[in-house]
Design a protein around this ligand. Structure first.
Ligand SMILES: [Zn+2]
Length: 564
């Protein structure tokens, strides 16, 4: 799919060291010939994430994520393939060839051009919209803050924005969600007479917009871009690109609205992000835990706020690690962060944060809701209600402490077994596809391709994966010095890429010589299998249609070989 030449990727992966890419982002310790650390892609308390310098490959035993330095940047930083390659190339002092880019990359970058242009137009229009500027002033937003957040204004016209785009840009404009069709297929601007908030991705590129009504009777009050190729609500957090500059702060504040983030920023609290009209997702929490060790969720004091907090708490359960902290801040009724910080200032807001409710306390509050803890029955109820929650927590101190606490409150000794014996998994050694082993060996040590016997016709066997073996050998023949990681990159866009990544670890316990021996054994075994297969085929044919002289000779030869 990508148009970056494969040779460039091969050279690039030869120049970069995956350790240098991963170690600034994940704390790694030397473990044997590899490095290990806590996996950045799933919640865990004991390291199952390993980085192999030799193979230039990472792998997590916990969640199965794996890949090369390129995949790591894509997964960790949320970059697309081309950007990840560009980042690495820059570090390696290499220049990505000009024709770089794929079809989707190209449309995406065109979409970004459209969103950036729309942002410029909206910003320009704000300058002339005195009633909107007045509104911002009344809400305590300075011109400087408006600039930082690139606020703008959408005119009160059906085509105020779209008429500023060329005819051939209209399709792209629709793809960004800035225009939409009515039932008579007439296209019109989605945002009209609204204060515009560009929504940025974590790299600061505009991916969507939010628009706030200006007039009191205008409905809805807030309007967001729909989901598009660029915008997936549950992945994105408003203001993250700015907050990331403050990852040295001890916590990140998660609020509900754009205006909350902006008002806090105005008052100097710059480590805040907002969810975009969706509940907090596991992805949000994981993203934030990459940069901060403490999350403070800030909800309104009303019942909707409490409900949102409950939801966030539940989502966070399996992600709640010992070295991470989650707190919940409930503002006084009828206040939101915007109104509160504007009225009372940053100092007062910080005090609120100091008084935030601890995760464990909120959990117990939620569990004991509508339960009378003075009765024995109520206590037993609490204990039972708590178990599914506690089971979801990752193994560690916090889980233990919570378990004890619940037992204490409910007066029930923790004598009940927490973990039920699970039926032992059956050993499924039989029926293993030998090509899996072959592919794994070839991916691990591409130089083994040179030792593949010419006469070995794996197509005779009915195992899956022959085409992969062929492809690996073909790639090797084109570049006999290819590394494991570069080999893996060749399969990036193929359906096999995930499967190959998993196979990379199969022979980790063997050294090079042992791998050679394993390879020789395997090849012998496969040769035997193919000749047996051929014998069967010829015998079958002999019964039905008879064999030619040549075929007879082959059969005799094969039988002879087998008896040797
Ligand atoms: Zn993992």
């Amino acid at each position: 799919m990508a148009f970056i030449p494969k040779e460039f990727i091969e050279n690039l992966l030869d120049k970069v060291d995956i350790y240098e890419v991963v170690s600034p982002r994940v704390h790694l310790k030397k473990a044997g010939k590899d490095y290990s650390g806590l996996c950045p892609f799933h919640a865990e308390n004991t390291p199952s994430f390993t980085v192999s310098q030799q193979k230039q490959f990472y792998h997590c035993f916990g969640c199965g994520k794996n890949g090369t330095a390129i995949s790591f940047l894509m997964d960790y930083e949320g970059l697309d393939f081309v950007d990840a390659v560009k980042d690495l190339a820059q570090k390696a002092g290499m220049e990505v060839p000009q024709q770089a880019g794929s079809y989707t990359q190209k449309t995406n970058s065109n979409l970004f051009e459209v969103t950036e242009k729309a942002t410029r137009i909206f910003r320009h229009q704000l300058k002339a919209a005195s009633h909107v500027i007045e509104y911002l002033k009344n809400r305590g937003i300075s011109g400087q803050t408006a600039q930082i957040f690139q606020l703008g204004y959408a005119l009160d016209e059906w085509d105020g924005l779209s008429k500023r785009f060329e005819l051939n840009e209209q399709d792209l404009l629709k793809k960004t969600g800035l225009t939409t069709d009515n039932e008579r297929n007439q296209t019109y601007d989605k945002f009209r007479n609204r204060l515009m908030f560009p929504i940025h991705d974590r790299r600061g590129r505009v991916i969507a917009f939010g628009g706030r009504a200006i007039e009191a009777d205008q409905k809805p009050k807030y309007l967001n871009s729909p989901e598009t190729e660029l915008f997936h609500k549950s992945n994105e957090l408003y203001g993250l690109h700015l907050a990331k500059k403050h990852s040295n702060e001890p916590y990140i504040l998660v609020v509900e609205g754009y205006m909350d983030v902006i008002a806090l920023h105005e008052k100097g609290i710059k480590n805040a992000v907002a969810t975009l009209g969706t509940a907090t997702s596991a992805q949000h929490i994981q993203t934030l835990f990459k940069s901060w060790d403490r999350i403070v969720f800030c909800f309104d004091g009303d019942s909707a706020g409490v409900q949102a907090a409950e939801k966030a708490l539940k989502t966070a359960l399996p992600l709640y690690l010992d070295r991470k902290i989650i707190d919940f801040l409930f503002l006084p009724e009828k206040e939101d962060p915007d109104s509160y910080v504007t009225k009372f200032g940053a100092e007062a807001f910080h005090e609120q944060i100091n008084d935030a409710v601890a995760y464990s306390d909120l959990l117990i509050q939620i569990l004991s809701k509508n339960i009378n803890l003075n009765s024995l029955d109520g206590k037993a109820q609490l204990f039972d209600k708590a178990q599914p929650y506690i089971n979801q927590l990752p193994k560690g101190n916090f889980k233990q402490i919570m378990g004890k606490k619940i037992a204490e409150i409910s007066g029930i000794e923790q004598s009940r077994p927490q973990v039920f014996n699970q039926p032992k998994q059956q050993q499924t050694q039989h029926g293993e596809n030998p090509l899996r082993k072959l592919i794994s060996l070839l991916m691990n040590s591409p130089n083994l391709c040179a030792k593949m016997p010419q006469a070995l016709n794996l197509h005779k066997l009915s195992f899956k994966g022959v085409e992969i073996v062929d492809k690996i050998v073909e790639i090797f023949n084109a570049n006999p010095h290819i590394s494991s990681a570069a080999m893996l990159e060749h399969f990036r866009d193929s359906e096999y890429s995930k499967y190959l990544g998993q196979l990379m670890r199969m022979y980790d316990h063997l050294d090079d010589q042992q791998k050679h021996l394993e390879f020789n054994d395997l090849v012998k075994y496969l040769q035997k299998m193919t000749s047996q297969q051929e014998i069967n085929r010829l015998r079958e044919k002999q019964l039905h249609t008879g064999l030619s002289n040549e075929e007879k000779q082959t059969l005799v030869q094969l039988l002879h070989q087998r008896h040797q």
